[in-house]
Design a protein around this ligand. Structure first.
Ligand code: ADP
Ligand code: ADP
Length: 225
């Protein structure tokens, strides 16, 4: 069975004069350990789909299943949005340790996990800083590793690098690739940049601007940098 199975998913929003179709009859299987990018023009329903996978939005028609793992109770998903969402009143290490804390993991283990991830993205020496003391790129790194420290079954990312300058984006793209090659985490990644989708994804789904219209889907088999 796929890790994420979306079957004939539609999303309708009620409007003053009827309904608007945000997504129509969209199906997608994501295999365990796959990095799938969805790319498409603004307004084609990418975020709506991701929010439905995350359980943050109701599904009008169809179904979405995330297959739980075997070993131990892990959160099904963690989400990273374009706007970093980290607690301003917590230090970086407390932010990263927050998910494990919510799952009842002991202080030493969760701080060790948080320290590992901060070191992993070169933020080890800033672990006691507060978010207002660091740059936007660093904050987005913290959001990403906070999601990873949760050890979710699937990592859902919605334009996570969309607000960053080009240079920072390239650096974090490379970090993401290296982390994915190590962890083989199942990732669903939304972007409006075809360049970014081709760089990061092992499979890229092109979503059409017209609901229900299937554009293309292709598998990237290029050697990675
Ligand atoms: P994308 O992420 O591809 O840019 P979205 O999923 O954000 O697209 O939006 C798809 C469509 O659904 C757009 O036309 C958008 O205006 C509409 N939409 C999104 N959220 C809502 C909402 N809460 N209410 C009404 N329409 C919405
Ligand atoms: P199949 O029966 O071969 O799955 P589909 O047309 O349903 O045929 O889907 C083929 C591929 O197109 C799938 O990978 C699916 O995720 C993708 N797809 C389906 N609906 C859409 C859509 N509205 N926009 C973009 N891609 C889509």
């Amino acid at each position: 069975a796929p890790k994420i199975g979306a079957r004939n998913v539609s999303k309708h929003y009620p409007t003053a004069d009827g309904t608007m179709v945000a997504l129509e009859d969209f199906s997608l299987d994501v295999a365990d350990g796959e990095f799938v990018c969805i790319v498409g023009p603004s307004g084609c329903g990418k975020s709506t789909f991701l929010r439905m996978v995350a359980g943050l939005e109701s599904i009008s028609l169809g179904s979405i299943d995330i297959r739980p793992g075997r070993e131990r109770a892990k959160p099904l998903n963690s989400v990273v949005f374009q706007e970093y969402a980290i607690f301003p009143w917590k230090t970086l290490i407390e932010n990263v340790a927050f998910g494990p804390q919510m799952r009842g993991i002991g202080r030493k283990e969760r701080l060790d996990t948080a320290r590992y991830w901060l070191d992993r993205v070169g933020l080890g020496k800033f672990s006691e800083y507060y978010p207002h003391q660091i740059s936007g790129g660093m904050k987005q790194r913290v959001s990403i590793i906070r999601a990873l420290a949760n050890d979710p079954e699937v990592l859902l990312m919605d334009e996570p690098l969309g607000a960053l300058d080009a240079q920072t984006r390239v650096v974090i793209q490379e970090e993401l690739l290296r982390i994915w090659e190590e962890t083989r985490k199942t990732v669903l990644y939304i972007t409006h940049s075809l360049d970014e989708a081709v760089l990061l994804g092992d499979r890229v789904i092109l979503m059409s601007a017209q609901p229900g219209r299937h554009l293309a889907t292709f598998k990237i088999d290029l050697p990675r940098p």
